[in-house]
Design a protein around this ligand. Structure first.
Ligand code: AMP
Length: 370
């Protein structure tokens, strides 16, 4: 099939790399002429709300999908009028607004941290009194990778925090003293069949994902089952097709929903080598009407993002069990330029992480031999 993708970043690029063996071809739409997916498919350079560009994408596609969740509503509507768009637009609506997202989580049985909506400065005092400190003020829209949020430790700082975020509609939520961060990747096809990957353990640095362990170590069966159960309800309630990622905190043995991404997700990059079917292939299968492939892990895996700079490639490739993925993007501080996935037995992973630690700055401590 001809697959159109809104967004031409690394996620789109890896979708194409997974989709070509299945016989599909890819066209991307991205405002950046050097969008890295353009190296592996046709690229239409246009703004996401450019009616002409969207029309061209639809005309050149049998199905359209997206690789980022801030697709404008008007763009989604235009595409839907011309060609199937998956995941469905209602998933975008939920993922673009933290308040809608929290309500969706609650409605499917996924607990969330205590929160209050803050629409204007006058709401602040009551919200801080209810939620308590420490808390986080987050913009309802356009937040990602830790951007658009401010921590408040003293109620007297709330007004400044709100001003620093531009006094846009926000959500105030408790700082969760979590044990760890987990994500669940689920996939559902137009055929109605769904599948779930094992929970993944995620470690962030300055709000950006740095490292994932997959499967997350020491996950009780009941926790995995609960995550799959809420994901099933979520897929059903949205009439979902494609891969979805649900990011959660584990606190006191319970799961609290943080946010969802209606797309393939950075924490699932391990699945290219670390699962029987990668998240990218499964997303492509789902939106093209094929059943999902098996999601079982092939063994333990560790994914490390390469952010801002790429370490010496020869040194990386000399690490046993390491797989390198470079995205073809120019170096810039804070930019995700690639990732590596280590696969193998715990001893191989342990040695690999020790070597990686010398090559990649600021790796979080993880006990992979556990
Ligand atoms: P977000 O943009 O909501 O994904 O937040 C980025 C990161 O900030 C998360 O991955 C967490 O590490 C941290 N974070 C977000 N919300 C909370 C919270 N309520 N309590 C503690 N840490 C949080």
């Amino acid at each position: 099939m001809r697959i159109g993708v809104l967004g031409g970043g690394q996620l789109g690029r890896m979708l194409a790399l997974a989709g070509y063996p299945l016989g599909h071809v890819f066209t991307f739409l991205d405002p950046a002429p050097d969008a890295c997916a353009g190296q592996v498919g046709d690229l239409i350079v246009a703004a996401y709300d450019d009616a002409e560009g969207l029309g061209e994408l639809a005309a050149r596609s049998d199905v359209v999908t997206y690789e980022f969740e801030n697709v404008p509503e008007s763009a989604a509507e235009q595409v839907v009028g011309e060609v199937p768009l998956w995941p469905p637009p209602q998933a975008l609506g939920a993922a673009q607004d933290r308040l809608a997202e929290k309500r969706l989580f609650a409605s499917v049985g996924l607990a969330v941290a205590p929160y209050e909506a803050v629409s204007e400065a006058a709401d602040l005092e009551r919200a801080v009194a209810r939620v308590g400190v420490p808390c986080l003020l987050k913009t309802r829209r356009q937040g990602y990778d830790g951007k658009g949020q401010v921590r408040i430790d003293d109620p007297g700082d709330a007004a400044d925090a709100f001003r620093s975020l531009g006094e846009v509609p926000c959500l105030l939520e408790t700082v969760v003293p979590f044990e760890r961060e987990l994500s669940l990747l689920a996939v559902r096809s137009t055929t109605g069949e769904s599948a779930f990957y094992p929970l993944i353990e995620n470690h962030h640095r300055r709000g950006i994902l740095r490292l994932s362990l997959a499967p997350a170590p020491a996950v009780p069966d009941a926790l995995q089952r609960h995550a799959e159960s809420v994901a099933t309800h979520l897929l059903d309630s949205l009439g979902y097709v494609g891969v979805v990622a649900i990011e959660m905190f584990e606190a006191d043995g319970e799961l609290l929903g943080n946010e969802m991404a209606p797309r393939v997700h950075n924490s699932g990059h391990y699945s290219i080598e670390g699962a029987v079917t990668s998240q990218f292939e499964n997303h492509v299968r789902a939106v093209t009407g094929a059943p999902p492939g098996p999601t079982a892990p092939t063994g333990p895996a560790i994914m490390v993002n390469l952010i801002g700079e790429v370490p010496d490639v020869d040194a990386l490739l000399a690490i046993p069990g390491l797989h390198l993925h470079l995205y073809g993007k120019g170096a810039r501080p804070g930019r995700k330029l690639g990732h590596v996935t280590l696969c193998g037995d715990p001893a191989t992973l342990g040695r690999g992480v020790d070597t990686l630690r010398r090559l990649v700055p600021d790796l979080p401590p993880v006990d992979v031999r556990a």
